[in-house]
Design a protein around this ligand. Structure first.
Ligand code: FES
Length: 122
């Protein structure tokens, strides 16, 4: 049996379809919060660090506002870089050619879990 860390983030139904939710987590041994976003797209769930590769800021200009006006891309609210939903690659904007840091995620028993990261409870 694998001893890989599995950390429950939220219930699947807490993230509406074609929306993302931001979370502030804490990695063991670190004091500063670690912002991540969980994105639900139909039956698929994606997770990325909530950190724009352009200037390192969080993407959401308002809490949980991650999706652009077309409904097809993640967007950085600061300068408008667009990121592909399924890869996190920047398709347009100041950080074109770079991408969001993807995190491993799984859905188990209706709960969204991050895999392989050592997080502090709470
Ligand atoms: S900080 Fe995200 S596009 Fe500039």
């Amino acid at each position: 049996m694998s001893d890989e860390a599995v950390f429950v983030i939220c219930r699947l139904d807490e993230v509406p379809n074609r929306q993302a939710r931001g979370f502030l987590l804490v990695r063991r041994g670190e004091e500063t919060p670690w912002p991540v976003l969980i994105l639900r797209w139909g039956r698929h769930v994606f997770a990325y660090e909530n950190k724009c590769p352009h200037q390192g800021t969080r993407l959401d200009w308002e809490a949980n506002q991650f999706i652009d006006g077309s409904g097809e891309f993640l967007i950085c609210g600061k300068h408008g870089s667009l990121f592909e939903i399924d890869t996190g690659c920047c398709a347009e904007g100041p950080c074109a050619g770079r991408g969001l840091t993807a995190l491993r995620v799984a859905v188990e028993d209706g709960e969204i879990c991050l895999l392989g990261v050592d997080l502090v409870d709470d």
